[in-house]
Design a protein around this ligand. Structure first.
Ligand code: GAL
Length: 797
């Protein structure tokens, strides 16, 4: 867990390059102390936390436990405990820091975060997915005296979610030191009222926290390209506590997922003596878009199909503790598959997640709520909704409206009120609130199957874009039922798979569970697995192939958001406990792609794809269905031990080639044929006994800051020829030797009950993943990976 890494992250003042004094961002994640002992005395300044555990934030205490059936969150909530915990941190400020303004910023705490500084109560935050800030200034001590922040986090009311929430201060915390006179980030609004390659206009407005005539001097807006060349600049004198200015620019490269061109905007304020009093920086992307009810979505004037996935907020074995490099890995794995849009199901993501989407190029449907006043779970946000929903929506839009990646606001997912007339007023109300704060983006909601009654239709009419979940065979009804409303397939698929499991194929898709009468599958597998041929789905869903075939042939659908890009903790449909994580992902919880990943890659990218499934270890003579995902070719020829089994191709109604092959040990080979010539081949061999492990460490591509970056260590169990062994799993230990901490391990198996923070993990279908952090980035790290019979030393430069 992160707490092992505390020592190197001592409180350090990070003056971001280019950010002038006095706004400084002070990393506040290190040197916290934590306990699950819920003693209210811990709020007092003089309380001793000497025997608490030292940790580094972000921190999720739930993920460190073994999974269990007894926890009230249930397996739908991840089969892990909640509870109440305390965090404390001491820090010192020097005498010369006096006179500055200090804001403590929390990126997100689940749930009910109460904060004290030096014993003074600062308030309680309700919505665990939103950031909040406290002004510490009046309560701080300077010189030799210590300051202490105490935070009580209460996640004991359970169940409170349909998926795993995590517990604790699970996103970044930072202390911002500002001039007493400063700009308000939440009131700073950057828009691009005119966008074209020839001439674009940037509109910037903001408000100061207070106004003193003698203080404010001048404002400079500067826009630079990625080479730090200034392409527009403007300086004006200020005389009020707010401003609105425009910058004109020509020759802009437009932002789009294929080329997420960003520019750097700096907003600098000088006082009357020409000293910098504040500076804010923002990445700016110039893009425009539009929905057409018949022709779908357009980006920068061109038709653009939204190839999206829904993602929950957990990061697999890291739980809900946000880590930017782990999120970058998720996003890059999606990017390689061809994804260009993300739906943040069903809550605001970490702020840094949106920074990554700006940088890497994803359009984001940013979602606020999974429920309104009517519950989905006994203790979910519905208990706070009426009192907080407007204010939380305001905080949400203000937090995220300057991200170029964000292109739509979603006010809800499958909200219970959609089924009755009360939903209409809520929809109208929330749409108005959002529009007032941000008239530049459409408001949507993800609605689900109904009888298309008048309430549903009336709600859809209020929205700018209707998000329609599932019911793909109703698609052709939609343009008539919802006349005048642009449409997206806001949620599709809900197919189920365990990576590397292949049950014999049936002619029809199996629905697990089969209907709303069953909670669980009645004829499932005894080991809680689901076949990874794309042929099992929940009864409200479809196979991946079928959903994509239906979406791609309809222009009026702006695009799709597949449920889901990655497996996530909780909601393990179709099984009861011990299943504890979902089966919906295109990629498993460990980050290892399931086969259908390559179906998408073959359809959504130009990358040359040739992917063969299943593995080639079966009983002699068994009839095995062999599938091949491919693109950029006419057909594929399959060979078994050198004999051709014929050529096959995909069709409009089947996005893979397929053969039924009586098993014979040896080598299966697929050869891709284009214009009569072989252009690519792939081989699957029958694996023998496991004799070795092959280790692949990925880091560089996911690195973000050289401090908190994760190393992803994928271990493959192989036979003497290096073929991955799919049917002889073993237990591995990840043993740190020098300068490294093992943060978590995983194998993607949805019913593995060992804590994901454990340094021991069984391989599953031949693979396992360890997640590690270097303690000192400059030095080499060393670890050993071993089983009963094998051992390998790994050095990480
Ligand atoms: C949808 C819902 C998602 C998830 C999914 C599972 O109806 O919006 O949150 O529960 O079903 O199939």
């Amino acid at each position: 867990m992160f707490h092992k890494l505390v020592s190197f992250l001592v409180l350090f003042v990070a003056v971001l390059p280019g950010i002038a004094q006095p706004r400084q961002t002070i990393d506040f994640n290190g040197d916290w102390f934590f306990t699950l002992d819920d003693d209210l005395n811990a709020r007092h300044a003089d309380f001793s936390h000497a025997n608490w555990k030292k940790i580094v934030l972000p921190h999720d205490w739930s993920i460190g436990f073994d999974f269990g059936e007894e926890y009230p969150a249930g397996n739908a909530g991840g089969a892990l405990p909640g509870g109440a915990g305390w965090y404390r941190k001491t820090f010192q400020l020097s005498e010369k820091d006096k006179g500055s303004y200090y804001a403590l910023h929390f990126g997100g705490v689940h749930r009910y975060a109460e904060v004290w500084v030096n014993g003074k109560y600062l308030g309680k935050n309700i919505n665990g997915y939103l950031s909040f800030e406290h002004d510490l200034t009046p309560y701080l001590r300077y010189g030799n005296e210590q300051n202490v922040v105490a935070v009580r986090v209460d996640n004991s009311l359970q169940p409170n979610s349909r998926w795993y929430t995590g517990s604790g201060i699970y996103r970044d915390v930072r202390l911002e030191k500002r001039s007493p006179l400063h700009l308000l980030r939440e009131e700073t609004v950057i828009t691009t009222p005119e966008v074209s390659a020839e001439k674009s206009v940037l509109n910037v407005r903001s408000v100061f926290n207070k106004y003193t005539n003698d203080k404010v001097g001048q404002l400079t807006l500067k826009l630079q390209d990625k080479y730090k060349k200034t392409i527009a600049e403007k300086t004006v004198r200020l005389s009020e506590n707010h401003f609105e200015e425009k910058l004109e620019v020509g020759g802009i490269t437009l932002w789009e997922p294929g080329n997420p061109a960003l520019y750097d905007l700096s907003i600098t304020v000088l006082d009357n003596s020409n000293k910098v009093v504040d500076e804010l920086k923002y990445p700016v992307g110039f893009r425009y878009f539009d929905f057409d009810e018949q022709k779908g979505f357009f980006l920068n004037g061109k038709p653009f199909k939204l190839l999206g996935v829904c993602l929950h907020h957990d990061l697999g074995a890291l739980g809900a503790a946000f880590n930017k490099s782990a999120a970058k890995r998720q996003l890059l794995v999606m990017k390689d598959m061809g994804v260009n849009a993300i739906r943040t199901a069903h809550n605001p993501p970490a702020e840094e997640f949106l920074d990554l989407c700006d940088e890497l190029g994803f359009l984001v449907q940013n979602e606020a709520y999974d429920m309104w006043a009517k519950r989905k779970n006994k203790f979910d946000y519905h208990i706070d909704f009426k009192e907080h929903y407007i204010n939380d929506l305001v905080r949400f839009v203000k937090r995220d409206r300057n991200h170029p990646s964000v292109f739509m606001w979603s006010i809800g997912n499958e909200i219970r009120e959609q089924f009755d007339s009360t939903g209409i007023a809520f929809t109208r109300n929330m749409t108005e609130v959002v529009k007032k704060l941000d008239p530049t983006r459409p408001v949507t909601a993800a609605l689900t199957e109904t009888n298309y009654d008048k309430n549903f239709i009336a709600q859809a009419q209020v929205l700018d874009v209707l998000g329609f979940n599932y019911k793909i065979f109703d698609y052709d009804k939609l343009p008539t039922e919802f006349k005048g409303v642009p449409l997206i397939a806001s949620e599709t698929v809900s197919a189920l798979q365990t990576r590397g499991v292949y049950d014999s194929v049936h002619d029809t898709i199996q629905l697990w569970p089969a209907s709303s009468k069953d909670k669980f599958v009645t004829n499932g597998n005894p080991d809680f697995t689901v076949s990874a041929y794309d042929n099992v789905a929940a009864y409200w869903g479809t196979s991946h192939e079928r959903a994509w075939i239906e979406v791609k042939k309809r222009d009026f659908l702006g695009g799709t958001f597949v449920w889901t890009g990655f497996d996530y903790l909780g909601e393990p449909v179709p099984y009861p406990y011990p299943a504890r994580s979902s089966y919906y992902g295109i990629v498993d919880l460990a980050g290892l792609p399931k086969d259908v990943y390559y179906m998408y890659q073959s359809e959504w990218t130009d990358t040359d794809v040739l992917h063969l499934l299943p593995h080639w270890n079966w009983k002699e003579g068994e009839q095995v269905e062999v599938w091949c995902y491919y693109n950029n070719a006419d057909e594929v020829e399959l060979f078994l031990n050198g004999r051709s089994l014929g050529r096959q191709s995909k069709t409009d109604e089947r996005l893979h080639a397929v053969w039924t092959v009586p098993f014979e040990a040896g080598e299966l080979k697929a050869v891709k044929i284009k214009d009569g010539a072989a252009v690519q081949e792939v081989v699957k061999k029958t694996a023998g006994k496991p004799v070795d492990i092959v280790v692949n460490v990925e880091h560089d591509r996911y690195a973000v800051d050289g401090l908190t970056d994760m190393h992803y260590i994928t271990v493959s169990l192989v036979d003497e020829h290096g073929t991955v062994v799919p049917d002889n799993d073993i237990e591995l230990s990840f043993v740190p030797q020098d300068n490294i901490a093992i943060v978590g391990t995983d194998n993607g198996y949805q019913a593995d009950l060992h804590s994901l923070s454990s340094a021991k993990r069984n391989t599953y279908k031949g693979l396992a993943v360890g997640i590690a952090q270097k303690l000192n980035q400059e030095k080499e790290a060393k670890l050993i990976i071993k089983s009963n019979t094998m051992e390998k030393e790994i050095r990480i430069k």
